[in-house]
Design a protein around this ligand. Structure first.
Ligand code: ATP
Ligand code: MG
Length: 298
């Protein structure tokens, strides 16, 4: 089976889908998503997007069925451990964390549980969708536990009398609270990542992957950066430039009608927060503009 088009697996519908599509679009890929279809063709590059359940993405990458995948590190590591235990191929290369889909995998217990540290979990039954990550964490700490494997509704297991506690994904904690649970231990911190298959690529495909990764780096760098313009009294120039976060080599321009001031244009590696804006104003800066940057290269 040969396929010259690069294949990228993304989550079909769920928490990572929108951001995954957005990232690929920002990299210049043109496509129309039809959720009912497994494969979406990219119009302007030899790339196919495979839309699948997020749980399937690591396996597709590790088996070399797809070249790239965008998936949560939680799912990636769970599948890696599962496949390791089953002696299946589990190699992949993590190209870049993508800074979305952030969450924690945590142990949570009912409010009334008398928790005195991890030892309190000895021989308790814990409901989870992530048995391998949980086992690794507790085994490394010499805690034995009973497993209650659930693919959904994990958070209701204690109340339903199925388990003493749970190990599940948490982002705001609202779901835990609604079910009378308290987060007691974070066992894994996760975000989405783009991963590449370890199966050898043709030179053309590898070149396309390199090009895509350079664009992804540009998109992420641009997202974290801001373009800042302001007017500054010449006497406070250095103090003002020092306040701009990560702004190297700002451009200094004369102002037509005011010789005591200059305009400063700078790319800042971070957002400019209100506190800094206010400090700038105290130093005499005026007309402060902070603008998003769409693309960055080089
Ligand atoms: P699928 O149908 O693709 O299997 P799913 O229900 O398993 O979907 P989602 O709930 O869409 O998955 O979550 C996908 C990923 O989003 C998670 O594996 C995790 O990496 C990330 N994520 C971020 N925040 C949360 C959260 N609060 N709860 C669950 N997942 C989160
Ligand atoms: Mg899933």
């Amino acid at each position: 089976m040969t396929n010259n088009r690069l294949r990228i697996a993304v989550q079909k519908s769920g928490r990572l889908s929108k951001e995954s599509h957005l990232l690929l679009r920002r990299c210049g890929l043109k496509f129309n998503v039809d959720e009912r279809r497994l494969i979406t063709r990219v119009d302007n590059l030899p790339i196919d997007i495979l839309q699948v359940r997020d749980d399937d993405i690591p396996g597709l990458v590790m088996d070399g069925v797809v070249d790239l995948g965008i998936v949560g590190e939680n799912v990636l590591e769970e599948v890696e451990l599962e496949r390791q235990a089953a002696n299946k191929a589990c190699q992949y290369q993590k190209l870049k964390p993508l800074d979305f889909g952030r969450c924690k995998l945590s142990i949570a217990l009912p409010e009334e549980f008398d928790y005195q540290g991890l030892a309190s979990l000895q021989n308790k039954r814990i409901a989870t969708t992530y048995p391998y990550l949980l086992k690794r964490y507790l085994q490394e700490r010499d805690i034995e536990f009973q497993e209650c494997l659930l693919k959904g509704s994990v958070e209701v297991a204690p109340r339903a009398g199925l388990a003493d506690g749970i190990c599940d994904l948490v982002s705001t904690g609202a779901t835990l609270e609604a079910n009378g649970l308290v987060e007691t231990q974070v066992i894994f911190e996760s975000q989405s990542a783009i991963v590449q298959s370890a199966v050898t690529q043709s030179d053309e495909k590898q070149a396309l992957i390199d090009k895509l990764m350079s664009r992804i780096n540009g998109v992420i760098k641009a997202r974290e950066s801001k373009y800042i313009m302001l007017h500054a009294p010449k006497s406070q120039l250095n103090a003002i430039v020092d306040l701009l976060p990560g702004a190297e080599n700002p451009t200094i321009l004369p102002l037509n009608d005011d010789p005591s001031k200059v305009a400063i244009h700078a790319v800042s590696s971070e957002d400019l927060f209100w506190d800094t804006m206010e400090e700038l104003r105290e130093l005499g800066a005026s007309s402060v503009l902070v603008m998003p940057i769409e693309k960055m290269l080089g």
